[in-house]
Design a protein around this ligand. Structure first.
Ligand code: AKG
Ligand code: FE2
Length: 329
């Protein structure tokens, strides 16, 4: 084993999650990718200012306040400009996406891969279901703000994360895989700013019914053991590993600061990702090291190619929950 102990692995199996405090180092593992997102924001603010959409470039503000200023002035949710994944509907040839080299290096982070190897073995595929969450304060998300991804107000990417299982929001071909979710913050995640909530042991009850709501796919509350729900405040450096069926949600952000986090997923090479229209890659292979992807530009291109394809032929099939049944009423 690389990093995790036998007790860690037993905890993950039994409880459906594993929280490892200070697994990552700010300077070595997180600062480079956070700086890259600061540059993305800088370019976005300059573009928005040039287009007359915001009153200033707000360069004197820190990341959090600058994001808030851009949301306020534009009246738009700008999350897609940072996301390392494509929208699940209405992808255009110019849909924003950020697949920069530091994001790629983060997907290939050796410490993360060492821990993931302990959980799922040495043949590791970077599953393309991956996001950065720029979660602004709820007060910024006024009723007028429209999420360009969903066309709804206050939708999933506007910061609300309702109860769900990650396995429940992808296609069923990933149900029997060993996909693991890796969640870690780039800024403090606290109860007031909307940290994650998890229900330990909820991975044992199979896939629960998910209903379509304006906030995204949601497990109805009567199906959940909410008494066991547990908030998970985390500092940068902490990493949460989630079983693919563990129920989780996020608290609302009632603070004045933006919560920033990454959620990545890995599965053993050869298993379905549950979202085949998006590109993944072999992150580590002890058996076949030549199959590993090391080139950040080739990775970025794979996303641009997927975007081009989806802009021509948008595939609606990102999830299995077609009809609302009884439990959703
Ligand atoms: O960060 C969030 O609010 C939601 C994250 C999530 O659902 C996930 O990592 O699977
Ligand atoms: Fe999730």
């Amino acid at each position: 084993m690389n990093i995790l102990t036998t007790a860690d692995l037993e905890h993950f199996e039994k409880e459906g999650y594993l929280l490892v405090r200070q697994l990552l180092d700010w300077e070595r593992d997180l600062e480079p990718v956070f700086s890259e997102y600061c540059e993305v924001l800088d370019r976005l603010a300059r573009d928005l200012h040039a287009a007359g959409e915001i009153a200033s470039t707000y360069e004197e503000l820190d990341f959090s306040d600058r994001v808030i200023a851009c949301y306020r002035d534009t009246g738009r949710v700008l999350a897609q400009h940072f996301d390392c994944s494509l929208p699940q509907a209405a992808t255009q040839a110019n849909s924003p996406i950020w697949v920069g080299p530091e994001v790629f290096r983060t997907l290939r982070n050796e410490t993360l891969l060492d821990a993931v190897e302990d959980l799922i073995g040495p043949e590791i595929y970077s599953n393309p279901v991956q996001h950065i969450r720029i979660k602004p304060p709820q007060s910024v998300l006024t009723g007028d703000l429209t999420d360009p991804k969903t066309g709804t107000k206050g939708g999933f990417d506007s910061g609300v994360t309702p109860w769900h299982q990650d396995n429940g929001v992808v296609l069923p071909n990933a149900d029997k895989t060993d996909a693991v979710t890796v969640w870690f913050p780039l800024t403090r995640a606290t109860v007031p700013n909307g940290c994650l909530r998890i229900i330990p042991r909820s991975h044992r009850s199979g896939i629960l019914n998910h209903c379509r709501t304006t906030s995204g796919l949601t497990v109805p509350e009567p199906l959940l053991n909410l008494d066991a729900a547990m908030p998970v405040p985390m500092d940068p450096g902490d990493v949460l590993f989630l079983h693919r069926r563990t129920c989780h949600s996020a608290l609302p952000n009632v603070s004045e600061e933006v919560r920033v986090s990454l959620d990545l997923r890995y599965n053993p090479v050869g298993q379905s990702t549950g979202r085949e229209v998006f590109p993944g890659f072999v992150a580590r292979s002890r058996a076949n090291p030549e199959s590993e992807r090391h080139d950040p530009e080739a990775w970025a291109r794979s996303w641009y190619d997927a975007r081009e394809l989806l802009a021509i032929k948008n595939l609606e099939y990102y999830n299995r929950w077609r009809e609302n049944d009884g439990v959703c009423a």
